[in-house]
Design a binder for this molecule. Structure first.
Ligand SMILES: O=C(O)C(=O)C[C@H](O)[C@H](O)COP(=O)(O)O
Ligand code: SF4
Length: 609
């Protein structure tokens, strides 16, 4: 095992000992209770089963058979979640075939970040994560289930479902994915048309045609953003049935994988003789979290996980921070190049070896813990296999992965990686702590030092670009975008104009207390700057023209201003009219409490503590 992996795991274990111990004690207490239907009053039971067909009632009340709950994030707005519409019926049929019963415990909301990107709705996106966690709790608090099936894929939905489920850590859970969209035009072609549009060289019709050729059907978008990073991490945590992440929604294998998820949920429910219960709160331990971190780094995954997985770990009584990510990044090699970290999409990643190839390489290199509990067994090794076909009996037939990559330009071995490190760097200096992902940034842009232009809104920055004010070496600062200010939106719409400035040969970087999308990447961006400007963070001391240094090599994030002058500066404030814009309209009023209570990005932007 790699010594840094061991050291980081141990320091996480030590730091979390008290919190994790209390968490596990609560799980044990909940596990010592009678089953839900036996424990509740008759009225509670009657209400719970009232609408079930009589043979289900018989199985539950008389035969005391195993009972599964579904928490579903189905809606028609996310192309990735649209396939879930028919899942409850599929799951119910398989559960009946296996002698069990199922109920949809509840639905959770799901926002498509692609629909809200650059619009006011994006200011609810981060908070939708904890709203989903609370909705998961509302579903599971019916408390009659022996295990749960969690249907969610996209950006804030998997973290929200996982945070919610971990607050029912006594319950065995299996995530059930639905798979990616087939490939449309390449992400690079899509990005090129966006840059042409940003320069006024193509019109809206051409841009719409290009976007529609990229996003053209059901399934997850094919870039390696937050949604597909979620899928990779769930495989690495052993919370999917092995290899289920990137099989298409309408592939025969998809139905077999969903049926296998039902059987797996029953097997880990503790209600099948010879199969021990696997409560999610025990399965997700320090090693499981470190395995997820390693998988994120090895694949150049979404920077959003530097926020979400801190909150996920916290939900299991485990404390992780950006230094843990940064230290692991120094030893975990980059094994995959999937857009924005390369030109391939997630379908090409799957064809080249996919999550199983990356997991096999990290296990063999001692960069993942193998002896962990997973829903598929007491090891992560089953996740180094890939589903290939459906057998005669409808079962999933898996094969071991080839030793060599199916495409050396997309996924590589640990012996010959794309780079020796994971491309994620912690930055610190007189502007605060931040993170930068350089796996998608050209080598000659890893250090940027230039005069800054300071904005408080995306719109102001886009207007300055349109007026030609950014045609120079420039560090673009967009502040007052933190969780307290306006819900820490993704500023992904700034990528095309900044890429145009970079493409003209200028040295450009973005510095913000906001977030970027997992699909962002080619422009160096110091993001999640903490403490945020609205909380009096140092970004609020910056003025137009200050020289700012962003260096992914040394980890520096600094304003090159005389110390005495810097200390004496007034902290800029949002004027009330500006602050008011983010507080009202399109439901933002309902999230004022979350804006007030939210913790910093490095603390996972947790809103429930
Ligand atoms: O994966 C993530 O982190 C995302 O949030 C992706 C966002 O949904 C983008 O908005 C969708 O990509 P674009 O079509 O480039 O806007
Ligand atoms: S990957 Fe992002 S843009 Fe695509 S459906 Fe999911 S949330 Fe929407």
């Amino acid at each position: 095992m790699n010594s840094t992996l061991i050291e980081v795991t141990e320091r996480i274990r030590e730091r979390s000992a008290k919190l994790r111990g209390d968490y596990l004690a609560r799980i044990a207490q909940l596990n010592n209770r009678q089953r839900g239907f036996e424990r509740m009053g008759c009225a509670n039971v009657a209400h719970a089963v009232a609408a079930l067909p009589s043979n289900d009632k018989l199985r539950i009340v008389a035969e005391k058979g195993p009972h599964l709950g579904i928490v579903t994030a189905y809606n028609d707005m996310l192309s990735a979640h649209q396939p879930y519409e028919g899942y409850p019926a599929q799951i119910r049929a398989e559960a009946h075939r296996l002698g069990a019963t199922v109920q949809v415990a509840g639905g959770v909301p799901a926002m498509c970040d692609g629909v809200t990107q650059g619009l006011p709705g994006m200011e609810l996106s981060l908070f939708s994560r904890d709203t989903i966690a609370m909705s998961t709790a509302i579903a599971l608090t019916h408390d009659v289930f022996d295990a749960a099936l969690l249907l969610g894929i996209c950006d804030k939905i998997v973290p929200g479902l996982l945070i919610g489920a971990l607050h029912f850590g006594h319950l065995p859970c299996v995530f059930v994915p639905a798979g990616p969209m087939s490939s449309g035009i390449s992400n690079s072609e899509k990005a090129k048309v966006r840059e042409l549009y940003a320069q006024g060289k193509v019109g809206r019709d051409e841009l719409l045609a290009s976007e529609s050729a990229a996003y053209h059907g059901a399934g997850t978008c094919t870039f390696y953003g937050t949604a597909n990073s979620n899928q990779m991490l769930l495989e690495a945590m052993g919370l999917h049935v092995p290899g289920s992440a990137f099989v298409h929604p309408h592939d025969d294998l998809r139905g077999a994988l969903t049926r296998e998820a039902v059987a797996t949920a029953l097997n880990i429910s503790g209600r099948v003789p010879g199969h021990a219960a696997k409560p999610i709160g025990q399965l997700v331990d320090e090693r499981c979290i470190v395995n997820a971190m390693a998988a994120l780094l090895a694949t150049g995954g979404s920077t959003n996980h530097l926020i979400h997985w801190v909150a996920v770990a916290r939900s299991a009584g485990i404390l992780i921070n950006w230094t843990d990510f940064s230290d692991l990044s120094a030893v975990v090699p980059l094994l995959a190049r999937v857009y924005p970290n390369g030109s391939a999409d997630v379908n090409q990643f799957q064809a080249a070896g996919g999550p199983g190839f990356v997991i096999r390489e990290l296990l063999d290199a001692g960069l993942m813990h193998e002896d962990v509990v997973s829903v598929a067994g007491d090891s992560l090794r089953p996740y180094a296999f890939v589903p290939r076909a459906v057998g005669q009996g409808g079962e999933v037939r898996r094969e071991p992965l080839a030793a060599e990559s199916g495409d050396d330009g997309v996924v590589r071995t640990a012996a010959a990686p794309f780079s020796a490190t994971g491309g994620l760097k912690l930055l610190a200096g007189n502007l605060g702590r931040a993170v930068i992902k350089v796996s998608a940034v050209p080598e000659d842009r890893h250090t940027i030092e230039a005069p800054c232009r300071v904005f408080t809104t995306q719109e102001a920055m886009l207007a300055a670009f349109k007026n030609g004010e950014l045609e120079r070496d420039v560090v673009v600062v967009v502040r007052f975008q933190g969780p307290h200010a306006n819900g820490m939106p993704e500023l992904h719409k700034l990528t095309p104009p900044l890429a145009v400035v970079q493409g003209k040969g200028f040295k450009v970087a973005l510095v913000t207390d906001g977030r970027m999308s997992g699909a962002s990447g080619k422009v160096p961006a110091a993001i999640h700057v903490s403490p945020e400007a609205l909380a009096g963070g140092p970004l609020a001391r910056l003025r137009d023209g200050d020289v700012v240094r962003v260096c992914a090599l040394t980890g520096a994030l600094s304003a090159l201003v005389d110390d005495a002058e810097w200390a004496a500066r007034e902290v800029a404030k949002l004027d009330p009219a500006e602050a008011d814009v983010n507080a009202h309209g399109l439901g933002r009023e309902l999230f004022a409490g979350m804006r007030r209570n939210v913790l910093s990005a490095e603390e996972g932007a947790v809103t429930w503590l």
